[in-house]
Design a binder for this molecule. Structure first.
Ligand SMILES: Nc1ncnc2c1ncn2[C@@H]1O[C@H](COP(=O)(O)OP(=O)(O)OP(=O)(O)O)[C@@H](O)[C@H]1O
Ligand SMILES: [Mg+2]
Length: 619
């Protein structure tokens, strides 16, 4: 038998490795921007065409490269950032693997123009599918311009896998924001298909946050700042009133690197817990700085997950720092300081950090508390309902995603349909017309032939609206009423892309919204039966809710829109209803195809049977 094992050719090895590092245009954007930062650039310009599918170009004024380095940088494992294994644990740069450019060059056509300040001329190099096509001297500005064309041109499976332009552009914007937020002292701009989306002047962190997330945060940011020997935390959290229905505006940076950490997110949510409703998400941009040797950044191909030496301690710091900040700005006068004080007294905080101290801290009573109630991945269950209702809670908020979720989410739609039919089959008798009682401005008690129903008014209304919208989508659009005084709204760049995507469907639901350039939209009309005057809030809330669904659940675009709007327009719990309104609600509810549950599967009513009541009373 001949030997059968062979080394893969370099370009194939690069292509395979690229699968990990470069998943979509946004990944290339992140890598190129980080390289520019590592090169000491003070101005970084990003240009994309066709959402990065046709072109991603990053222009920086950093240190540039020599002729030889310009070729070397595309080799796998070629880096100027670390030299030995020790360096890996003292990383101050964003890059360290020497993988990014090799990966990009393996799956695209790349042009690199670069010049160092001391060199008379620059160099231009063209590379495609990992092969150098040409290199020549050129006149160039100091710094580096790298253009990535036709990403995945040689990996059709990958290219076909890319999402719509709007969705890929949103990913790019997300990455652009994550990098630019961490470096407010640098200038950044983003131009998409020739249109400028962001222009971020150098400034303070606060200015940068407002530039990126919008001026609504202007006077609504609370500064967080705690310094200890072990770590420093600084940044901002939004005042509780700015909390949104979507977890969009939440950013953690560790040593200026954006990371995703459901665990630390939970620490912030806990700090806010009494101040915001359970289904809303506070804004935060928090920066944790600590000795690089206390963390491992090399645990994930995109570096967005990291491992802390002592996770629980970080959790405690984050939570305490945010609580402290909120209390300090007297946002909540009733905050308890116990936790805060306790943390200040742990050895880890009050004295220089040593192994001994760490041991001492971990046996302190505070630490014990954390490892019980607020420990890693401890999430209080939202309800003790079991069975179907549990499964639905996947879209309800602060929870940690597990690997099983994806499948569960995908099968959810199908499952929901089954569930709807099942519930219909239970056949609940429609309440007689007569007198209805409203309890706590939230529940309607209505008699029917079997006993009585306790109806949740908001859940009921959500169901009614959802079915009404569904009919509108199927060909009976909801009539719009033109506004006498059309209002305009200005959105953030990413919201504006989102709204553009939804315009056609929103139209069917009675909202006449037209793009007006520069992330501005003009609202020409609203559904005839919706009171006018609140149009811009309606659209903003709709987008928030829509994003809430987008981040958590994989429903179709329309499904998400319908659910968002139904939730948003529904009469909320706590609203007093007249007899007439209750009667109309019940009438509408029982004309629904599936009156028993909200679109997301919450029960609309419970039936209390008379014979069972009789039994309970010994009759
Ligand atoms: N914009 C730039 N300006 C100057 N030098 C650059 C630039 N981009 C890349 N380089 C050089 O090319 C090398 C390779 O870049 P590449 O992104 O592939 O690897 P890295 O940044 O070292 O590590 P990582 O794979 O983690 O990003 C860098 O180490 C750096 O020396
Ligand atoms: Mg890099």
């Amino acid at each position: 038998m001949p030997d059968i094992i062979q080394l893969l050719p370099e370009n194939i090895a690069n292509q395979i490795a690229a699968g990990e590092v470069i998943q979509r245009p946004a990944s290339a954007v992140k890598e190129l921007m980080e390289n520019a930062i590592d090169a000491g650039a003070t101005e970084i310009r990003l240009f994309v065409n066709d959402s990065g599918k046709a072109l991603i170009q990053v222009v920086d004024n950093g240190q540039g490269m020599s002729d030889t380095d310009a070729r070397m940088c595309f080799e796998r494992h070629a880096t100027s950032k670390i030299k030995n294994i020790d360096d890996l644990f003292h990383i101050k740069t964003m890059g360290f693997r020497g993988e990014a450019l090799a990966s990009i060059a393996g799956v695209a056509q790349v042009e690199l123009k670069t010049k160092r300040a001391d060199d008379p001329t620059g160099t231009l190099i063209e590379i495609e599918n990992s092969l150098v096509k040409s290199q020549q001297p050129v006149a160039a500005q100091n710094g580096t311009t790298i253009s990535v064309k036709n990403l995945f041109f040689n990996v059709p499976a990958r290219r076909n896998f890319l999402k719509s332009n709007a969705s890929e552009l949103r990913h790019i914007i997300d990455e652009f924001i994550r990098v630019s937020m961490a470096f407010p002292e640098l200038f950044f701009c983003l131009t998409s298909n020739g249109q400028q989306v962001f222009h971020l002047e150098k400034g303070s962190l606060k200015q940068r946050i407002v530039q990126i997330l919008g001026s609504t945060y202007n006077s609504k940011l609370v500064s967080v700042k705690e310094e200890t020997d072990y770590l420093n935390i600084y940044g901002f959290v939004g005042k509780p009133e700015t909390a949104k229905k979507t977890r969009g505006d939440q950013y953690f940076f560790v040593n200026n690197r954006f990371i995703k950490s459901p665990y630390l997110n939970h620490a912030v949510m806990n700090a806010f817990s009494d101040m915001i409703s359970r289904d809303s998400f506070p804004m935060y941009a928090l920066f944790i700085d600590l000795d690089p040797s206390r963390l491992d950044v090399n645990v994930h191909p995109t570096k967005q997950e990291i491992k802390f030496e002592d996770e629980k301690l970080i959790y405690a710091f984050v939570q305490a720092a945010v609580k402290h900040a909120l209390a300090h700005f007297s946002v909540s006068p009733t905050l308890d300081f116990d936790l805060d004080m306790a943390i200040q007294q742990t050895d880890a905080v009050s004295q220089p950090f040593t192994e001994d101290k760490k041991l001492a801290a971990s046996s302190s009573s505070l630490y014990q508390t954390f490892s019980q109630k607020n420990q890693a991945h401890f999430i209080e269950s939202k309800s003790n309902l079991t069975g179907w209702n549990d499964r639905i809670s996947v879209n309800t908020g602060d929870r940690i995603a597990t690997q099983h979720d994806q499948k569960e989410i995908e099968s959810q739609d199908e499952w929901r349909r089954g569930h709807d039919n099942l519930m219909s089959a239970l056949r609940i008798a429609k309440p007689e017309s007569g007198t209805f009682f409203q309890l706590h401005n939230s529940y309607i008690i209505a008699e029917n032939e079997n006993g009585f129903l306790g109806i949740h008014q908001q859940n009921a209304h959500e169901r009614i609206l959802y079915e009404r919208f569904l009919t509108a989508m199927k060909g009976k659009p909801i009539a719009a009423q033109r506004s006498l005084f059309p209002v305009t709204i200005e959105l953030t760049a990413s919201d504006s892309i989102l709204l553009n995507e939804l315009l056609a469907d929103i139209h069917l639901l009675g909202y006449l919204v037209e793009p007006f350039g520069n992330n501005t939209f003009i609202i020409q009309g609203t559904p005839a039966d919706v009171i006018q005057g609140n149009e811009s809030v309606t659209i903003e809330k709709l987008l928030e809710q829509y994003k809430h669904f987008s981040s958590d659940v994989k429903f179709s675009k329309r499904e998400k829109l319908l659910r968002s709007l139904a939730w948003q327009q529904s009469v909320k719990a706590g609203t007093s209803l007249t007899q007439k309104e209750m009667a109309a609600l019940i009438d509408d509810l029982f004309s629904c195809e599936t009156p028993n549950a909200t679109p997301s599967g919450k029960p609309v009513f419970l039936e209390f049977k008379k014979d069972e009541l009789d039994k309970m009373f010994g009759r």
